[in-house]
Design a protein around this ligand. Structure first.
Ligand code: KG4
Ligand code: ZN
Length: 336
């Protein structure tokens, strides 16, 4: 089965062709980061308009690169939610119209299921069952994954998502959006042990998270060390980035270890934009090794939003017999 995947839930236009026999044949991504940079975050209307402009050229390019004729496509999988409603509608209408014209199936995919399954695109894919840590700009969840479509959320953030916390902390330090990679880069020149930020909710039982207190702590630390430039000096900014990143990744790692112990599984899969964080990867691999579990994640470009994960997730769902009627239906909010 050959599936064209389309991702437009936020600020990346992603297109890919996945073949169930031959694997991923081609994938392309157009990032709107430059479009939104001057606003310090994603502007929904601009995101929708840009998806409209970029989708068709990206599809043509991806079909050509994968040497796929339109008649070779068995189905089109698109992100049906969660995400920005306008951006989702662009992808959904485009995918459904194309499927109608080509006479093939179309299937709406859950964006977070796309992230969750993305590590399976790698050479050594994880096997079910596993615990998934989903860490993106909108979600922080621990999921008991028993099989395809058999998911139980066993922990989640009660307020901000981890990626959102990275983005907000970056803004406080006057760093560019998206904040995660910017904080990680600055943290490299930070001094360990100058600041110790709190690890929220680690002393409480359970698997939930909370990152809003950490955000306030960061804001206060930045304010306390402000110079006449309006920001702390460069070394202090780096030290704050270091302490912030450490607090987030240590908190995530503690809960992941707890989730592995609770489920008795031997595999942790992390996915979503924050799973590109090198310090998080290091720490999780180190901590879980101690309890005999191993950690899987996707290559960097498949941690953040992309079309490959949607093509892959759609293909798995279709192979499992799922199909959908013709109407266009998107869900800006959608429980997995
Ligand atoms: O999964 P994703 O691309 O989009 C959503 O579905 O939200 O995740 C984007 C989030 C942003 O908050 C971004 O700051 C964060 O992932 N991110 C990172 C890193 N790369 C991206 N956070 C920490 N470290 C990184 N290296
Ligand atoms: Zn995402």
């Amino acid at each position: 089965m050959r599936v064209l995947g389309i991702e437009t839930s936020c600020d990346e236009t992603g297109v890919a062709v996945y073949d169930s026999e031959r694997g991923l044949l081609a994938h392309n991504l157009y990032s709107q980061v430059a479009v939104h940079a001057e606003y310090g975050g994603v502007v929904p209307e601009l995101a929708s308009r840009d998806h409209v402009v970029k989708l068709l050229p990206l599809v043509k390019e991806t079909l050509a690169e994968s040497q796929t004729d339109t008649s070779d496509i068995d189905a089109i999988a698109y992100t049906a939610g969660p995400g920005l409603i306008g951006a989702l509608m662009v992808g959904a209408c485009f995918a459904r119209s194309l499927a109608f014209a080509w006479g093939c199936e179309a299937l709406g995919v859950h964006h977070m299921e796309g992230h969750l399954l993305a590590p399976m695109l790698e050479d050594k894919p994880p096997e079910f069952p596993f615990v998934a840590l989903l860490v993106s700009g909108g979600h922080t969840q621990l999921v008991d994954v028993r099989g395809l479509g058999d998911y139980d959320i066993i922990g989640e953030s009660l307020d901000d998502a981890a990626g959102e916390a990275f983005d907000k902390a970056a803004k406080m330090l006057d760093l560019d959006y998206p904040g995660g990679p910017a904080i990680a880069a600055l943290a490299k020149s930070g001094t360990a042990n100058r600041f110790k930020f709190p690890r929220p909710m680690v002393d409480r039982p359970g698997l939930d998270f909370s990152f809003s207190g950490l955000k306030t702590y960061t804001l206060n630390t930045v304010a306390e060390h402000k110079t006449e430039t309006g920001l702390p000096d460069d070394q202090t900014c780096a030290d704050i980035a270091f302490a912030f990143q450490e607090a987030v990744v240590q908190t995530l790692a503690i809960k992941c270890k707890r989730a592995i112990e609770q489920t008795g599984y031997k595999t942790l899969v992390m996915a979503g934009g924050v799973s590109a964080n090198i310090r998080l990867r290091e720490l999780l691999s180190e901590n879980l090794k101690k309890v005999g579990a191993s950690v899987f994640y996707a290559r960097n470009e498949f941690c953040t939003d992309n079309g490959a994960m949607i093509a892959f997730a759609g293909c798995q769902r279709l192979l499992a017999g799922q199909s959908e009627p013709l109407e266009v239906h998107v869900r800006p909010r959608w429980d997995m």
